[in-house]
Ligand binder design. Structure first.
Ligand SMILES: C[S@@+](CC[C@H](N)C(=O)[O-])C[C@H]1O[C@@H](n2cnc3c(N)ncnc32)[C@H](O)[C@@H]1O
Length: 253
């Protein structure tokens, strides 16, 4: 289903978390090609305007895009009185194309906004291992003296920063340096979507993705016992998403 028809069928203020990986206008596929940057922005602002009323007052919104496009999207979200939380830099450990006259793009942006200051954020669920684990091993017992107080490392790891390192699916699936044809041009890494869902929702919450592709958000939501609703206007992708979900059901039985 097209995202606009789909969003118009959803009641207002029912979504806890929206994880949105929309077109970027990189012109790598028909669905990602717009006549101009203005056309792309009009489409983007239109789906944002349709989506925002669907979020609960306690809801959160994550939007993927290029850093350049995100600079425009951020302004639009601020004009809509959403509350800026983070500009997350995703280090993809891979470049989309080798630029010779500028630095090769190796990052994407994930904008994290909330509808109000009353929102879910499960800090402890997304702690990451200390990089200096060996050096602070002794601190587990004695602590480290900081400004007159003893600091002990958190057994669940350190706080998660706004710079994320996840290998892209393209990069992970390379064989002898070559990328095999994937069922989708831009599937997102499952572990990265899981981080978003763990941080910004609770079991039983309702997660939305209106550009679902081959279903990464749906799979992550199911794995983490969240409810999920989503669409894509490409029937082939939706069929693959449904197959992936069925496989998951079989594995969990
Ligand atoms: C960046 S991809 C999403 C990939 C997805 N996150 C995954 O991991 O598989 C964007 C998706 O938006 C879909 N799309 C583009 N325009 C759309 C529209 N107007 N309504 C619904 N889906 C659309 C495309 O078919 C494409 O699968």
């Amino acid at each position: 289903m097209d995202c606009f028809d789909f969003l118009s069928k959803i009641d207002n203020e029912v979504i806890d978390l929206a994880v949105i990986d929309p077109p970027y206008n990189l012109k790598k596929a028909k669905w990602d090609t717009f006549k101009s940057h203005d056309d792309f922005l009009n489409f983007t602002y239109k789906w944002i305007d349709s989506l925002v009323p669907k979020l609960k007052k306690t809801g959160s919104l994550y939007i993927f895009n290029t850093p350049f496009n995100s600079a425009f999207i951020l302004q639009h979200l601020i004009k809509k009185s959403l509350i800026f939380q983070n500009w997350i830099t995703w280090d993809k450990r891979d470049g989309l194309s080798a630029a010779k006259r500028k630095y090769t793009n190796g990052q994407e942006t994930i904008l994290f906004f909330t509808k109000s200051n009353n929102y879910t954020f499960n800090t402890d669920e997304i702690r990451v291992p200390y990089e200096s684990a060996e050096r602070i091993e002794h601190a587990k017992i004695k602590g480290i003296l900081k400004k007159g107080k003893r600091w002990f490392p958190n057994p669940k790891g350190k706080l998660c920063t706004d710079v994320w390192h996840f290998s892209s699916e393209r990069h992970k699936n390379k064989i002898n340096g070559k990328t095999p044809k994937l069922p989708h041009l831009t599937p997102k890494p499952l572990d990265m979507i899981e981080r978003i869902i763990k941080a910004s929702s609770n079991p039983g919450d309702l997660v939305l993705d209106c550009f679902i592709g081959i279903g990464t958000t749906a799979i992550a939501a199911k794995k983490l016992n969240r409810n999920f609703i989503g669409c894509d206007n490409n029937r082939k992708y939706v069929e693959i998403a449904q197959k992936r979900l069925l496989e998951m059901n079989k594995l969990s039985k």
